[in-house]
Design a protein around this ligand. Sequence first.
Ligand SMILES: *Cc1c(COP(=O)(O)O)cnc(C)c1O
Length: 403
Amino acid sequence: MQLTSSTERGHGDPFDTGHPRVPFFSQAASFERVWPEIQRHLTEVVERGKYSHGHKVAEFESALADFTGARHAIAVNSATDALILLLRAAGLRPGDEVVVPAMSFVASASSVVLAGGRPVFADIDPVGYALDPASAAAAVTPRTRFVMPVHLFWQMAEMDALTDMAAEKGLTIVEDSAEAIGMRWNGKHAGLLGAGGVLSFFPAKTLGALGDAGAVLTDDDEIAETVAALRHHGRFGPTVGDFRRISTETTVSGVNSKMDDIQAAVLLAKLGRLGTDIARRAEIAARYTERLAHVPVIRRLPTVVPREATTNPVHYVYLVEADHRDELARFLARHDIGTETYYPIPLHRQPAFAEFDRSVRGFPHAEAACRYALALPLHADLTDDQVDYVCETIEAFAHGGAA
Ligand SMILES: *Cc1c(COP(=O)(O)O)cnc(C)c1O
């Protein structure tokens, strides 16, 4: 079987200079390496004839619980639905406020709205890009019942300070750990520091499926049982596999957010190489950092804040802050290098959340990050030559190189 990158271009590409082309994201090679294993799991799915919420899903849940050390790993169709179901299962009531960092993916805030709550925003710490504990504390009102740390890019939020703050204010912690597979805080996997957390298996994530998929992680039996029911039309009963024993009585309105067995098959196979992929990501990040350290347009390289002592970096995204960010991104695109801006608009400035913005002067750290941040290609399939080409091209831009 021949797998090609979706971003690969045909012949006659006007920008094809003979250099390696660097898609922002590609999983083709990593899929190719595990293809025999994926095929074995897929064949089992097809032969059993159960394509949704079946045995392969149960097998993956058990493997994921082993990998993370979670008491419960509940497979769903995306991290966005995982957040909505987790918030509901953790007891979010209509109108409850949830403190969310102003710099994150939209799902951190939209999940709160869709679960019936109200996001209230707080600033990030400018080095780690995660919820700033002091700003989070300042956002708390008598209606606030939850705080949602988001672990972005390569490391976890400052969980000791956030846990203290949550305890002091009587808040429940729900982690948006969608990006954080493999990250641990004092040995505990991301998502297990409060009531629960989520994982995303969107293809571009560190562990990517062949489409959308996600999971809830929790050590709480009751939350696990409720999430498992909510993902399946509100039906309580054995989590997966044996449908004959699942209650047909509906006590709560659920949704259909089940994981497909095809995705579980892919994820089971890829989970086996996750350690290798994470190690390769770390090598690539180190190579970027070494090469870009003295390039003038780069204002900031990824910094692992001192909490490295308690959390291990997992390089999901390699994010720099750059002067003339948008020109740099266009220059790189002209040289056939894909980039992304994470995140282009801070959440309190998103029209969908305008009614929730209580900030007086905005959130300066989140706004600066959204203005300067640029994510460079980082995936386990990148070659050193491709990384070097990205760095050379950034140097050319910095030195006023011709487009
Ligand atoms: C990717 C991501 C999500 C959403 O995950 P999906 O599986 O695409 O729904 C939520 N929050 C953060 C921080 C993410 O990076």
